[in-house]
Design a protein around this ligand. Structure first.
Ligand SMILES: NC(=O)c1ccc[n+]([C@@H]2O[C@H](COP(=O)([O-])OP(=O)(O)OC[C@H]3O[C@@H](n4cnc5c(N)ncnc54)[C@H](OP(=O)(O)O)[C@@H]3O)[C@@H](O)[C@H]2O)c1
Length: 354
């Protein structure tokens, strides 16, 4: 085990997209677990667009930027304790345990700081079943899979023959949401950019995909959804959400999952008129995945594992090497230049070879 711990602190408030110089990579002393705590070594850190909102705003800049962290502080991923388990942050391996529920070598999910080694209360970590692939636990079978599943199962509820639209369709959550709708017999249209446009159609089996950087989204929706949209799984908010909202079919459902187009925006976008919600009897419902773990995670795991085993769920991961590359990768994620689920690898993955 190393003697020092690589940690990423916030060096300054980003202006626009985050950059490497907004962060400082610091070597800190190795933390020691106290009674009830666990020291784990991070293997993968999940990179999420909403991390942009955790960074501070430049001084004197009004608006929605400016999150929970300040200059000089450790950067954060996922939720800090007392939040438990699948907080979206890390998959790692236990190095030393002073908690009766964990032993050296156990694969765990949890953690919150941009650090290679983290000490956390054992009660805040989730033990992963033996044989788990760390690369699947950080996405498909972890928080991102569960987010897509909750949105589709609890709100979208796609029926055979319905038209389902998924934005950020080639991203971590969109990839899964669309395939779940396909498995339910729906016609699935994606919105994406870059090589993700071809990927979601050719590899994931979506029926079509609008290239939002090369076609006006509203025009593309009129072309591909002439009878309206029954379910819109919204990962991005903003103009794309407005274009979809105006083309919802009667009794349509909008799954408000996230607003990736807005996380880097210095101003709050204009809201939409809610008149069509009444006229078309739409259902627009937001959700936060943390509310559903206790009641539904086991059901999700079983269903997702069955789809993976049947070859009906594909997924791609872009692995970034270490913290130093993470700010640039976060910027690429925020403007759509990622290729699937983005994770930062912080130490060797000795779980089942993928
Ligand atoms: N509700 C919950 O509990 C929960 C939990 C976790 C995450 N989320 C949210 O779920 C959403 C998806 O997360 P993810 O990790 O899967 O991210 P992601 O889709 O892998 O990455 C974000 C994507 O948003 C798209 N995008 C960025 N700017 C855009 C713009 N101006 N207009 C349209 N699209 C734009 C880009 O895709 P293209 O360029 O390919 O279009 C980009 O790749 C995020 O909003 C996230 O915050 C919700």
């Amino acid at each position: 085990m190393e003697r020092t711990n690589l940690s990423m602190h916030i060096a300054r408030a980003p202006v626009g997209l985050p950059a490497r110089a907004d962060f400082a990579l610091v070597e800190e002393p190795m933390p020691q677990p106290a009674e009830g705590e666990v020291l784990f070594r991070a293997i993968y850190m999940s990179l999420d667009p909403s991390m942009r909102r955790k960074l501070p705003a430049p001084d004197g800049v009004p608006g929605p930027l400016g999150g929970t962290r300040q200059v000089g502080e450790l950067m954060i991923a996922g939720l800090p304790p007392p939040a438990r388990g699948y907080t979206g942050g890390f998959v790692g391996q236990v190095v030393e345990s002073r908690h009766p529920g964990f032993a050296q070598g156990d694969l765990v999910q949890g953690g919150c700081w941009w650090q290679t080694y983290q000490v956390l209360p054992g009660d805040s970590l989730e033990q992963l079943p033996p044989g788990t692939k760390a690369s699947e636990a950080i996405g498909l079978l972890g928080q991102h899979g569960f987010v897509a599943w909750c949105g589709m199962r609890n709100i979208g509820k796609a029926k055979p023959g319905e038209t389902v639209l998924v934005s950020a369709a080639g991203g971590a959550i969109g990839m899964i949401a669309g395939q779940l709708a396909k498995a339910d017999g729906a016609r699935v249209i994606g919105i994406a950019s870059g090589d993700k446009v071809a990927y979601v159609v050719d590899e994931l089996g979506f029926d079509a995909c609008i290239d939002r950087k090369n076609e006006n989204v509203a025009v593309g929706l009129d072309r591909l959804c002439p009878d309206g949209i029954d379910v819109y799984f919204d990962n991005v908010g903003g103009d794309v959400m407005l274009a979809a909202y105006e083309r919802m079919a009667d009794f349509g459902r909008i799954v408000v999952c996230g607003m990736a187009s807005e996380y880097n925006a210095p101003e709050q976008p204009f809201g939409a008129s809610l008149r069509p919600v009444l006229r078309k009897r739409l259902r627009i419902e937001g959700f936060v995945v943390y509310d559903h773990y206790e009641a539904q995670f086991a059901q999700f795991r079983a269903e997702m594992q069955a789809l993976i085993d049947a070859g009906r769920m594909k997924y791609r991961i872009e692995v970034i090497d270490g913290f130093a590359e993470a700010p640039a990768a976060l910027a690429r994620l925020l403007d759509g230049r990622n290729k699937g689920k983005v994770v930062v690898q912080l130490s060797p993955d000795r779980s089942v070879v993928t």
